[in-house]
Structures are given as C-alpha cells and as structure tokens.
Design a protein around this ligand. Structure first.
Ligand SMILES: C[S@@+](CC[C@H](N)C(=O)[O-])C[C@H]1O[C@@H](n2cnc3c(N)ncnc32)[C@H](O)[C@@H]1O
Length: 220
C-alpha cells in the first residue's frame, strides 16, 4: 500500500476542481476538444471537469484506492474519462499522445531527485507545443516556513514527516520557488509561458498553503 492508498481509504476528497485549475484549463483554449492527461488524478475531480468541458480526459495515479474512487465516481456520473494505475515516472502512453498534461499537487510528491525525470516524461507524452499545467507548493507554505518545528528537511527542498496541518501524513513533499521551476523547465527542454501564484488557508487552524500555477510548453 502506498501512503496515498491509506489516505484515499480514510479521508474524503474534493469532488470539484479548484478555481485556479478551472482558470488554467480555460487558458488552454482551443477550437477543438483536447486530449488531456492528469498525472495523479486522485479521486477524479479534474477528470470530471475536463470531460464536462468537452475534452478527452485520461488519468493515472499510483494509488489503486484513489484510481478506484475515481472510476466509481466517473462511472456513477456516466463520464467517459479513463483512469489507469501508473507512476508518473513511467506513463503508459506513446510519445506525443496528449495536447496537455495537468499536474495538480502530484509531482511535488515525486522524490526531488526525480522531478526533472518526471517533467521529461511529461514532455515525452506531450505533442510538440503541448502544455503542462502544474500546481506546486512553494516555500511560503506553512510546512516549509515552520520546518524546524514540525517536519524533517531532506535534500535541497523537501520535507518528510510533516507533523501538523493539512499536509501532515502525505509523505515526502517538495517545495519550490519560481527560480526552481524555471531551472526545471530549462533542464527538461520546456518553456515557462506563465506563472501565477495562489495562496489559501486550509484546516481548522488555517494553515497557509501557497502554490505556483505553472504553464510550461513543450518545444514546437
Ligand atoms: C494531493 S493528491 C492530488 C490528487 C488530484 N490531483 C486532486 O487534485 O484531487 C496527490 C496525488 O498524487 C498521486 N501520486 C503521488 N505520487 C505519484 C506518482 N509518482 N505517480 C502518480 N501519482 C502519484 C497520489 O496518489 C494522489 O492521488
């Protein structure tokens, strides 16, 4: 069992995509339906939304429990999106298969020494000029800001054993800043076309979650 199987088995999960995701997907505007892959599709909120917007949605998730949740929900709502159990580092799709890839707080859970590999894998499955939309926690997020007290730092920019707040118990998590993202794009042959920032509080103690919403493009 992955830590995520445990989480999906014991916690309820959002049914709707966040506003920023809706805005970022809308920014991909296209006169025809897009083939979109969500890496780490969880319980399927984004897949549901993408299908309802007329796109052709595919999801992969490393958690069998999460993928099952998504399939149940999508079946219940007669939604055609497809879901597979797979690791973001080994996507079960041919090269150039998608117009866009969505990463909503997933690749931050790939060990930081493999983040660039994950972006290269995303680039592989994107068509030339295709776009990655990625939501990533920044170093202004409460867990990084309070790291001495509530978490163990590992590597350059990751935390293990976050002991408080909404990110507790989710396993090793990476935190980025804009320079890190630009370096990642450079290293993987992607071009950053937009970076927005969003912050929100979460949970009863109103912990601060801060994210970059990155749009990066594969070479044309
Ligand atoms: C914070 S949840 C986000 C889920 C979904 N994107 C959403 O917004 O509702 C992170 C997701 O990433 C998945 N995940 C973590 N590591 C992964 C990996 N290496 N490959 C694929 N999925 C992964 C987890 O199982 C979980 O579903």
């Amino acid at each position: 069992l992955t830590v995520w199987d445990d989480i999906f088995a014991t916690r309820s999960w959002g049914r709707w995509p966040a506003e920023e995701v809706v805005r970022a997907v809308a920014s991909l505007r296209s006169p025809h339906p897009l083939r979109v892959l969500e890496v780490g599709s969880g319980a399927g909120a984004q897949l549901w939304y993408l299908e309802h917007e007329g796109h052709d949605a595919f999801g992969v998730d490393v958690s069998r429990v999460g993928a099952r949740r998504a399939v149940e929900r999508l079946d219940d709502e007669r939604c055609a999106a497809r879901v597979a159990v797979a690791d973001a580092l080994r996507l079960p799709f041919p090269s150039r298969a998608f117009d866009a890839v969505l990463d909503v707080e997933t690749l931050v859970y790939v060990d930081e020494c493999h983040t660039a590999d994950a972006w290269r894998e995303v680039r592989r499955v994107l068509r030339p000029g295709g776009r990655l939309v990625a939501l990533m926690f920044t170093t202004a997020t409460y867990a990084w800001a309070d790291r001495g007290a509530i978490a163990t730092r590992v590597g350059e920019r990751s935390l293990d054993a976050i002991g408080a707040g909404p990110l507790a118990g989710t396993g090793r998590t990476a935190f980025v800043d804009e320079d890190t993202v630009r370096a990642l794009a450079l290293a993987t042959g992607m071009t950053v076309v937009d970076v927005q920032r969003r912050g929100r509080t979460a949970g009863p103690e109103r912990h601060w979650i801060d994210e970059l919403v990155v749009v990066a493009q594969a070479p044309a």
